[in-house]
Design a protein around this ligand. Structure first.
Ligand SMILES: O=C(O)c1ccc[n+]([C@@H]2O[C@H](COP(=O)([O-])O)[C@@H](O)[C@H]2O)c1
Ligand SMILES: Cc1cc2nc[nH]c2cc1C
Length: 367
């Protein structure tokens, strides 16, 4: 088996990813011990707040002022081969629904002040020019029998995602969420994750939108066939996306990699976004330090990918929607964590006795 391993020879290069500040993370952990609460009593919120402070490079951190969701929409040729519970036409219909404000992503984003943008990367329909600025093509190829994209399309899709991340950060986004919409997209997502983790199709395949048993069998066979085509490219992210990904997945990978280059934290969503994240980590090593997993989707491949990326999801609510919904559900938890570190009084400020004072008082009483 031949292996392409040199990602620079694939003509896509990302700027360096710096590590979120270790010094600030330690200062944040120390400040958490000084806040008016028993030591460690905010549980994982304490580590989450320290991560945000490290990403922002200052402690105390500031609560997020401009969280932004970008929903990447694209169709997949494999959806025409009975692997989803819904017809491919739903992708374009949902793009219109998101644009009109009627989708779950809109409802969730409105509760926490997040802005939503939907971008048509590869929808198999004509869409409004306001969403099609970055369109690469109409639908990616059916990956069980043909490449998803040409090399040139793959590079352009990655660059589109990079440009979208740059535009969001330049316009002041201080937290990014990648979401997606695309009938059939759990099939290429599962192929990418299985290829990158050497996982058997049956251990990774899930029901996606709720496909029935016959559809599940077709999906498993499609994943097996696509895996045969893609396995030689497991160490070559551009070839991986070209062979068995899609334009939407490539754009998300570029977006997630560039967010890290731009030192902007990201809440990762479900199985499709996390598949793109695995490729983004190949494109820009270290990018994962800038991401937190919002939730654990019910798709088995999602757990496989989270384990590989060493991301511990904030929520586990049995969600499997996509659109960035799981990340948005987790956002108030993350924002709350930041608010504790940013806004709570210290024991010294508030004149509240510390645990050390109790120990000292006990010692005095027994002297
Ligand atoms: O995010 C997830 O984990 C997730 C799990 C199952 C389904 N989805 C969404 O459902 C669509 C893909 O499902 P399917 O069955 O058509 O492959 C796509 O629009 C995704 O946003 C998303
Ligand atoms: C209606 C619908 C909405 C979605 N949002 C994300 N994936 C979806 C799939 C369907 C079918």
């Amino acid at each position: 088996m031949t292996t392409d391993s040199n990602s620079t020879s694939e003509s896509v290069t990302f700027g360096p990813v710096v590590t979120p500040s270790v010094r600030v993370r330690l200062a944040a952990a120390d400040r958490q011990t000084q806040l008016t609460k028993p030591a460690g009593s905010l549980g994982r919120l304490e580590a989450l707040s320290a991560w945000v402070a490290a990403c922002q490079g200052e402690c105390p951190p500031h609560v997020f002022a401009r969280p932004r969701v970008v929903v990447f929409a694209g169709d997949h040729g494999i959806a025409r081969h009975g692997v989803s519970a819904y017809p491919a036409e739903v992708t374009a219909q949902m793009v219109a629904n998101i644009t009109a404000g009627g989708a779950a992503v809109n409802a969730l984003a409105a509760t926490c002040g997040a802005g939503v943008r939907v971008v048509d990367i590869s929808v198999d329909a004509h869409t409004d020019p306001t969403v099609s600025q970055y369109k690469i093509r109409r639908s990616s190829g059916a990956i069980d029998r043909e490449d998803a994209l040409t090399h040139d399309e793959t590079v352009r899709a990655i660059d589109a995602g990079r440009a979208i991340a740059d535009a969001e950060v330049d316009e002041g986004a201080d937290l990014l969420i990648a979401g997606e919409m695309g009938i059939g997209n759990t099939t290429p997502a599962t192929v990418l994750i299985a290829a990158l983790t050497d996982t058997e199709p049956v251990a990774a395949v899930g029901r996606g939108t709720g496909v029935d048993d016959a559809g599940w069998s077709r999906k498993t066979a499609a994943i097996r066939d696509a895996l045969r085509r893609v396995r030689p490219h497991a160490n070559a992210p551009v070839a991986l996306l070209r062979t068995a990904g899609g334009a939407d997945l490539a754009a998300m990978a570029g977006f997630l990699a560039q967010a890290a280059v731009r030192r902007t934290p990201v809440i990762v969503d479900g199985v499709v976004v996390t598949a793109a994240a695995m490729v983004a980590e190949q494109l820009a090593p270290g990018a994962r330090d800038w991401w937190v997993a919002g939730h654990r989707s019910t798709e088995p491949a999602h757990s496989v990918a989270l384990r590989q990326l060493q991301l511990d999801p904030i929520l586990d609510l049995g969600m499997r929607l996509g659109e960035g919904s799981g990340a948005l559900a987790a956002f108030p938890v993350l924002q709350g964590a930041v608010a504790t570190l940013a806004n709570m009084a210290t024991f010294a400020d508030a004149g509240v006795s510390t645990g050390d004072d109790a120990t000292a008082a006990d010692a005095t009483a027994t002297d």
